[in-house]
Design a protein. Structure first.
Length: 223
């Protein structure tokens, strides 16, 4: 398989038509390696490496699909589902959720881990949009798209471990975020129902990731 200098393993694999699942990757933005779904096996190392942040090298032998990788990716999906409160049947993004789609693709039909059921808030202070921490998978897409594409830097992370949260303007209500331009890019970049438009009922919140990706790719090509 051929690859260009500077490409990541994920970019090279996708260019060659190889499927590697991911939730945190977003075309046009810098990769964070947050979700760990894109892990691959690289010959010569015993580690599983994230394809999105691993650059290609001459002579590199990469395995993108194997029983080991499938088992690991299923476990990641299960842990994401158990960590927050993902109830698809009452989610406005039901049928338009990347987490839901990957769970189906990878054959995750049950979760072997104990659900945490955390008591998480919903920020509905914004006039147009809503942040539901119960659906957030901490992929950092909203943080990166707001910083790198919109240049507003509204979103960031607060705390550590299981207390980690996405917050706006140093943990102020979204409506008080003076830097927010109301562009909605973070909403459409979100892979789940964590960031949605108000007034949407179940199964109505279809994300327009492709349009945001086009803007991001053009910006990266012509900074």
């Amino acid at each position: 398989m051929k690859a260009n200098r500077g490409q990541s393993v994920l970019e090279a694999a996708r260019a060659a038509g190889k499927f590697i699942p991911t939730l945190c990757h977003f075309d046009g933005l810098r990769d964070s390696g947050a979700c760990r779904l894109c892990i691959v096996e690289v010959s010569g190392t015993g580690k599983l490496l994230p394809a999105c942040t691993t650059p290609v090298e001459e002579g590199m032998a990469v395995t993108t699909t194997s029983p080991r990788l499938t088992a690991y990716r299923r476990m990641v999906i299960e842990l994401l589902l158990a960590e927050r409160n993902h109830i698809c049947s009452v989610c406005v993004a039901n049928g338009h959720c990347e987490l839901q789609r990957l769970a189906t693709t990878l054959g995750v039909t049950s979760v072997r881990f104990r659900y945490r059921y955390p008591a998480l808030p919903v920020d509905h202070s914004h006039g147009r949009y809503l942040l539901d921490h119960n659906r957030c998978i901490l992929c950092s897409r909203c943080v990166r798209v707001c910083a790198e594409l919109e240049g507003a830097h509204v979103w960031d992370f607060m705390s550590r471990g299981i207390q980690l949260r996405v917050v706006s303007d140093l943990n102020q209500p979204w409506s008080d975020a003076a830097a927010c331009t109301n562009c909605g890019k973070c909403v459409h970049a979100c892979p789940t129902g964590a960031l949605v438009e108000k007034g949407r009922s179940i199964e109505e919140m279809a994300k327009n990731c492709a349009q945001v990706m086009q803007v991001a790719l053009k910006r990266r090509a012509h900074p």
